[in-house]
Design a protein around this ligand. Structure first.
Ligand code: SF4
Length: 423
């Protein structure tokens, strides 16, 4: 089955060995996958705010699974679509244990890492590059008392950093005696705690069910123990060459290391060799006689795009139940009125919603739509006087598609589209 969603861990997987940059090659390949209509997902143990610098480099990413699966952020909607916090009694018990030892820990809440100023002295760098560490530390919100803060807040995750000294067994034994806690150690000596049942795999599974995507259509990349559930869920679970042995054992495939653009190599092999991008197109531009007067707007330049894309033709006004031929309509305020005064708003709205449904079903991320139309126009539309006068605005369908993350081009913007897909 074609891949419809790619989920990637960050450190050791998407990020270069410096933990800071995504290479140009990997960026380009991921963008190409996104343009094919494939949903792209970051799945990280980091909390949301610590992904900002990554998302600046790969701004097209659709979702972020963060804090090891405690929450999922939908970047198009700009909000969390899932969260599962730790029980407050469990959080208090963990903090009571940790407060008895000279250790550094953080709580992840409200999409940010939080710590206590007095604990900084216990932090040990376990080999992370200083530049990464500096930017990470700058993201932490410090409190006078972390236990007071945690008592009144929904906690995503608690992270105990690099504890390997004389208290190791003692702390571990006390923590492991608690119920309702899931433990993972993506880095040696690091112990991360979330609510029992929370991991990247369960978050990915829930997200795929919401999107109607089956495990057979999912590819996931990881390198560490906290990626195992995610790799097992995906039909294409891919371990990086630098992954831990236990992670490699959970995977279906192995690719090159993060330092060798392993994600790009796997996508070339499993995705691009099989798929061409889908392009939503106004059917009249392809010669379909669906225009109000029974004719079409055939455009040779648009037709030639078949060299690069598989077309998904739509005619929103036909989807909305309007006949061919029909009385022409134009937008007047928030309504659509036909030239004989009939209110066609409901039909245009219905056509727009059906067009969005088709776009999502076919994984279209780009559309070439007929300019100036009250359905398909984008940027300029007729002003409602039926005199050929243009005003700023979008057709009903173009507006809905655009607000759902689809890039819109008019028939005069084909060169721009071709330039963008070849970048
Ligand atoms: Fe063309 Fe769009 Fe009008 Fe249909 S609704 S005829 S596709 S411009």
């Amino acid at each position: 089955m074609p891949i419809k969603l790619i989920a990637m861990d960050l450190d050791g997987t998407l990020m270069s060995t410096d933990h800071i940059t995504v290479t140009e090659k990997t960026k380009k390949v991921l963008k190409r996958a996104h343009d094919l209509g494939i949903k792209t997902v970051i799945a990280t143990g980091r909390t949301l705010s610590v992904t900002d610098s990554v998302l600046e480099q790969v701004p097209f990413i659709d979702y972020v699974i963060y804090s090891n699966g405690a929450a999922v952020f939908d970047r198009c909607k700009g909000e969390n679509i899932y969260s599962r916090h730790m029980y407050s009694d469990t959080v208090n018990s963990i903090i009571d244990i940790l407060e008895g030892y000279p250790v550094y820990y953080e709580v992840y809440a409200e999409g940010r890492p939080h710590s206590e100023i007095s604990k900084a002295a216990f932090f040990k760098n376990n080999g992370l590059p200083q530049e990464f560490l500096d930017s990470y530390m700058a993201a932490i919100e410090n409190h006078a008392s972390i236990s007071n803060y945690a008592k009144n807040t929904d906690i995503e995750k608690i992270n105990l950093f690099y504890f390997d000294g004389e208290y190791y067994e003692e702390i571990r034994e006390a923590l492991y005696s608690l119920e309702d806690v899931a433990f993972t150690s993506p880095v040696a000596g690091d112990l991360e705690m979330t609510c029992m049942g929370v991991n990247k795999g369960t978050a990915l599974k829930g997200m795929c069910e919401t999107l109607g995507i089956s495990p057979d259509e999912v590819m996931a990349f990881g390198d560490a123990d906290n990626d195992i559930e995610m790799l097992k869920f995906a039909a294409y679970g891919v371990a990086m060459a630098n992954a831990s042995d236990v992670c490699k054992n959970a995977a279906d495939y192995e690719t090159l290391s993060n330092g060798e653009d392993g994600i790009a190599a796997a996508l070339e092999k499993f995705v691009f060799s099989r798929q061409r991008p889908k392009l939503l197109v106004s059917a009249c531009l392809l010669g379909e006689n669906c225009k109000y007067n029974g004719g079409n707007n055939y455009n040779e330049g648009v037709a030639k795009l078949s060299e690069f894309f598989d077309f998904v033709p739509i005619c929103p006004e036909c989807f909305g139940g309007l006949p061919i031929p029909r009385v022409p309509s134009e937008i007047v305020g928030d309504k659509v009125l036909s030239k004989d005064g009939a209110d066609r708003t409901a039909e245009f709205q219905d056509g727009a919603e059906k067009s969005l449904y088709v776009a999502n079903e076919c994984n279209c991320t780009m559309a070439v739509l007929k300019e100036r139309s009250p359905s398909c126009g984008f940027g300029l539309v007729y002003d409602g006087t039926f005199t050929g006068t243009l005003v700023k605005g979008n057709g009903f369908t173009a507006d809905l598609l655009y607000n759902n993350g689809i890039r819109i081009y008019g028939e005069s913007g084909i060169d721009k589209l071709l330039k963008e897909i070849q970048e």
